[in-house]
Ligand binder design. Sequence first.
Ligand SMILES: C[S@@+](CC[C@H](N)C(=O)[O-])C[C@H]1O[C@@H](n2cnc3c(N)ncnc32)[C@H](O)[C@@H]1O
Length: 267
Amino acid sequence: MGDSTQYISVNKHAWNHKTSIHTNSDFYDLPSFKNGKNSLNEIELELLGDIEGKSILHLQCHFGQDTMSLSRLGAKVTGVDFSEDAISYAERLANELGLDTRFVLSDVYDLKNQLAGQFDIVFTSYGVIGWLPDLDKWAEIIQHFLKPGGSFILVEFHPVIWVFDNDFEKVEYSYFKDDPIVETEQGSYADRDNASEFTTITWNHALSEVFTSLTQQGLSIQQFREYDYSPYNCLNNMFESTPGKFIINTFGNKIPMVYALKVGKPK
Ligand SMILES: C[S@@+](CC[C@H](N)C(=O)[O-])C[C@H]1O[C@@H](n2cnc3c(N)ncnc32)[C@H](O)[C@@H]1O
């Protein structure tokens, strides 16, 4: 990668286009969401606990279903994403549903220039850190936006699954952070038959990198869990082992698919 910010324009292009694919997909099931369905999963709901009246900053919120689901549970929520299409769709949807969810258009790394204040909870989930090259910078932003005594909650796909090729047939990538992974993918996890093609630039982040970046900011680990399933059918060669739990055909329950982490900022 020549220019170190080139990844932003490449990925933003992909996410702007994916937004319209996603809002029309069965995967995101907007009709049910509009009818009141909460899009959050058991994994994050358990870590979030009672959020009534809490202020939440939701990073990389996409077109805002989870953000608005947090609002529906009584929190005062601000969602952030760098995709213009995702944020404008989210704003229209919140307006249509009469929710007071606030959305901010910003690159995660530029957020201090776009947003003021501190929050009880910073939340981000499923398919987020791989888009970010520098987790030390990311953790510094999280600690900046957390109130003293506040919590950061991350639910993410486990780095073990990103070492394999897309069909889970062989180990292809390093578990550890390496050169950026530049790929051209057809369709999207939410609509694999879609003919559109996107180039993406991503990074693998080992668990040690995630833990070190957060603890170096003075944040302390409160909970860490690993799950042998994904709540989403979003990868090749998955099957539903029990309702709502997806695993890789050939691996069964033998590998971790998702992890959840809660860290606290001292009072
Ligand atoms: C897989 S989605 C996460 C969404 C959430 N799990 C969902 O399903 O709605 C990743 C999101 O990260 C956003 N994103 C990627 N890089 C970003 C960056 N540097 N700053 C802000 N948002 C970014 C994309 O626009 C996209 O909406």
